[in-house]
Design a protein around this ligand. Structure first.
Ligand SMILES: Cc1ncc(COP(=O)(O)O)c(C=O)c1O
Length: 358
């Protein structure tokens, strides 16, 4: 982080002085006159984690338990940041982060293929936002030159889900350092994929970005998301991020599931098998037009025609194989393609069958 703007820090201090600084407190025993658990159904469950399964309230009222705080602490440590904050989904994490951190004179410079949830967050902020050409560091630099002297955030994804290509994070990190900008990366599609600390750890990115977003609905096979950043930024989000404040907290049982999957599971066997399957797919693929990165679980075949792409998709469907034709306007006209998600559990026989049909 270059520096968290003084005006934003002042807003926290104003709250503190006024005595209305929001803080997370662990839910404790006592007679409940504060949650929204009107019918007392939150602990009525047949699954293993029975006690206080749903907090029945937002995080700032009765919805923060030791499990929430403990998961956030462990997750932040695992990903190498000072602090983490749970959101109910990646969508709300992005809306909640980007809508909160921008001031009127803040500038966001983002990749044109950035996810809709980030675009929505930017729209909700008071800041100006400008896109640069996909994965084009020189084009990003053009914008940084233009806005030199202003507080700029560069915003990218680690892995773009429509093309299966990775962002040049090292170059983005260096660019940010050169121009005194902050940068943020959405690791929705790389969390859990390579190593415990995400794609930044995999690439040995130092220093880490201003913030990262990791969702649990992709490789982690659950749902929910975390924003990772400095303690001060997380404190700010607790106070000013509306999608965090005004919603019911994730249930305790869900947070326990997250802890088991994200913190304690050894995913290395799955990660290894996935890479084996990707390599096999690419080696066997006789088609030219593979535009994805070699290590990407999203393998994209360029078709260049709507009708043909749909025909190939239908042909696969007829044989019981689900793939997705990506058409304009999701991608620019002429870049119509087939999007194939490779999994660790796909068998070589399944991959052979898919390629045979294609
Ligand atoms: C890059 C990216 N960010 C955020 C999200 C939203 O995540 P969630 O499904 O957890 O809301 C997605 C979902 O597709 C995504 O691809």
């Amino acid at each position: 982080m270059t520096s968290f703007p003084t005006r934003l820090i002042n807003k926290l201090e104003e709250r503190s002085e006024a005595g209305n600084l929001r803080k997370l407190a662990e839910r404790d025993e006592g007679i409940d006159f504060y949650s929204n658990d009107y019918l007392g159904l939150s602990s009525y469950t047949t699954i293993a984690h029975t006690s206080a399964s749903s907090p029945g309230s937002s995080r700032l009222i009765a919805g923060t338990t030791n499990e929430h705080l403990s998961f956030e602490r462990q997750f932040a440590k695992q990903y190498g940041h000072e602090a983490a904050l749970l959101f109910n989904s990646g969508y709300s994490a992005n809306c909640g982060l980007f809508s909160a951190i921008g001031l009127k004179d803040t500038v966001f410079v983002y990749d044109e293929f950035i996810h809709a949830s980030i675009k929505d967050g930017l729209r909700l902020s008071f800041s100006k936002a400008f896109s640069f050409k996909h994965n084009d560091v020189a084009d990003a630099e053009r914008l940084l030159k233009k806005f030199k002297g202003q507080h700029v955030f560069i915003v990218v994804e680690s892995l773009y889900s429509m093309h299966g290509d990775f962002a040049p994070l090292k170059e983005i990190s260096l660019l940010a350092q050169e121009y005194g900008a902050d940068w943020i990366v959405d690791e929705a599609h790389t969390g859990g994929l390579f190593c415990k600390g995400g794609y930044c750890e995999y690439l040995s990115i130092e220093p880490l970005p201003f913030a990262r977003i990791v969702t649990f609905g992709k490789a982690y096979g659950s749902h929910g998301a975390c924003v990772l950043s400095a303690q001060l930024v997380i404190e700010y989000l607790i106070n000013f991020s509306r999608p965090f404040i005004y919603t019911t907290a994730l249930s305790v049982s869900h947070v326990k599931e997250l802890e088991e999957k994200v913190i304690h599971s050894d995913l290395s066997q799955h990660q290894h098998q996935l890479q084996e399957n990707i390599s096999y797919f690419r080696a066997q693929c006789k088609q030219t037009g593979l535009i994805s990165a070699p290590a990407s679980p999203i393998q994209t075949l360029h078709i260049g025609d709507t009708h043909l792409a749909k025909l190939r998709e239908q042909e696969c469907e007829k044989n019981g194989i689900h793939i997705k034709a990506i058409l304009a306007p999701t991608v620019p006209k002429g870049l119509e393609s087939l999007r194939i998600s490779i999994h660790s559990f796909n068998t070589l026989k399944e991959i052979d069958l898919l390629l045979e049909i294609l």
